[in-house]
Design a protein around this ligand. Structure first.
Ligand code: SF4
Length: 438
């Protein structure tokens, strides 16, 4: 009889890669993926747990599955990922509906967990989260034609507000030959865009090779036949060097879109948050990047209501955003995470943090609109993704759009999904661009 499972992947792209690995392992072991957990033998929830909102989402998902289990419509629940790692001592007692739990160092044991719950048993496994990275194969679930390429695990930056280093362990780079082999395989299967990810990609190689090696990695990735775009996510601002900037500027395959989370611009806040570098250095870096990389699109992430943020510091951040015209930004209200130094510091109340986050979003929405309008009349290369039934148009992304977090380009034309084409932009609305293939 067919053994069916549902897989719910929450959180970020790094977590999605782990979900794709578990999907591969379970499929190889004879388990069949189904979309709906209703009626499945078991469900795997790969959780996120880095801020309160993510934890709530994970717990709500588990409780919904628990309801299905109670009425006999779901066999068992397996929980993996950041929430299970973070609450490894209490998760099973707090959520007794869970049958098996795996920490972030134990994704590779998913088949064992599945076999155990299929026999009515239980399993709890937590390997060292700073141990060697499992080089597991995966089933790519994104696309068409793009995939995440994770190059490192963990983080050594220990920003004062962030729980990731405690959850995901120390920074560990994957060996370059393994990354390149995976990239070649992805390209051979039609992937044109590689989205290079890690908590901090600028540190890549420092642990393995004794030096920053992101530029060298990008050079090699750019030589792979079939790879058209390399997109870089999560560059730490103080880790840029000339070699990296030169590589980004001169390598045609690297899209001129850089995701550089800065979190804040005020010196005292940056220092208190254990961020290296000052506001002046961030401003100088952005000026240098814009000067050396024409048409650069910048993305950043920000936290509103950090400890030490009074009205003046918040205004300084807004003033910086008005000047820097960062085309893409994500903003979170500060979430005091237990076990992190920032959670003990005095801070604006939650309502103020939320209100400030909304003000930043409004400001950024205007900046994004202006950027979109500036694209009208330009011809952009677009990776076609799909046909949109509602509008009757093709839909794709330009270099300025990363999947799921940025806009889309809707266009008339005959390009096949998965292929690239040139689109003349003739309209912009709500962060979306419109045009015609030429
Ligand atoms: S760089 Fe800072 S914010 Fe990013 S994952 Fe590491 S500790 Fe967290």
């Amino acid at each position: 009889m067919e053994k069916c499972f549902a897989l719910i992947s929450l959180g970020c792209a790094k977590n999605l890669v782990n979900s794709e690995q578990m999907l591969y392992l379970l499929s190889e072991a004879g388990y069949t993926l189904v979309e709906d957990p209703d009626g499945a033998d078991f469900a795997v929830v790969n959780t996120c747990g880095f801020i309160d909102a993510a934890k709530s989402e994970a717990i709500d998902t588990i409780l919904e599955l628990a309801e299905l289990k109670k009425t006999g419509r779901l066999g068992a629940i397996i929980v993996t990922g950041c929430l299970s790692e973070r609450y490894r001592d209490s998760i099973l007692s707090e959520l007794p509906e869970i049958d098996a739990v795996l920490g972030v160092g134990s994704f590779g044991d998913i088949v064992e967990a599945a076999d155990a719950v299929m026999e009515g048993g239980a399993l709890s496994r937590f390997a060292d989260q700073s141990g060697p990275i499992d080089e597991l194969p995966r089933v790519v679930s994104t696309g068409p034609s793009w995939a995440y390429l994770r190059i490192a695990e963990g983080c050594d930056n220990f920003c004062a507000f962030c729980a990731i280093p405690y959850i995901r362990g120390r920074y560990r780079s994957r060996a370059m030959e393994n990354i390149l082999e995976e990239a070649r395989d992805l390209a051979a299967h039609g992937v044109k865009e590689l989205i290079v990810i890690a908590q901090d990609i600028t540190r890549y190689g420092t642990d393995l090779y004794g030096k920053r090696s992101l530029a060298a990695l990008c050079r090699e990735l750019g030589r792979i036949e079939g790879v058209e775009w390399i997109r870089l996510h999560y560059l730490y601002p103080d880790q840029f060097d000339d070699e990296l900037i030169d590589e980004i500027a001169s390598n045609d395959k690297i899209v001129k879109y850089l995701d550089i989370p800065i979190q804040h611009i005020n010196d005292a806040i940056l220092k208190a948050m254990h961020r290296r570098g000052t506001g002046a250095e961030i401003r100088a870096l952005f000026r240098t990047l814009r000067g050396r990389i024409p048409d650069l699109v910048l993305r950043t992430s920000l936290i509103a209501g950090l400890p030490g943020e009074g009205e003046a510091e918040f205004e300084e951040l807004c003033e910086f955003l008005r000047e820097a015209r960062i085309e893409r930004a994500g903003v979170f209200p500060f979430s005091p995470e237990e076990g992190t130094p920032a959670a003990q510091m005095e801070r604006p109340d939650g309502e103020t943090a939320q209100h400030r986050a909304e003000l930043i979003m409004e400001l950024q929405a205007q900046i994004m609109d202006e950027f979109c309008k500036s694209c009208i009349g330009k011809t952009l290369r677009v990776l076609c993704q799909d046909y949109d039934d509602e509008s009757g148009l093709l839909v794709g992304r330009s270099y300025a759009d990363s999947p799921d977090i940025d806009g889309l380009v809707f266009f008339e034309g005959s390009c096949a999904p998965g292929e690239m084409c040139e689109v003349l932009i003739d309209g912009a609305e709500d962060g979306m661009l419109y045009g015609k293939e030429i």
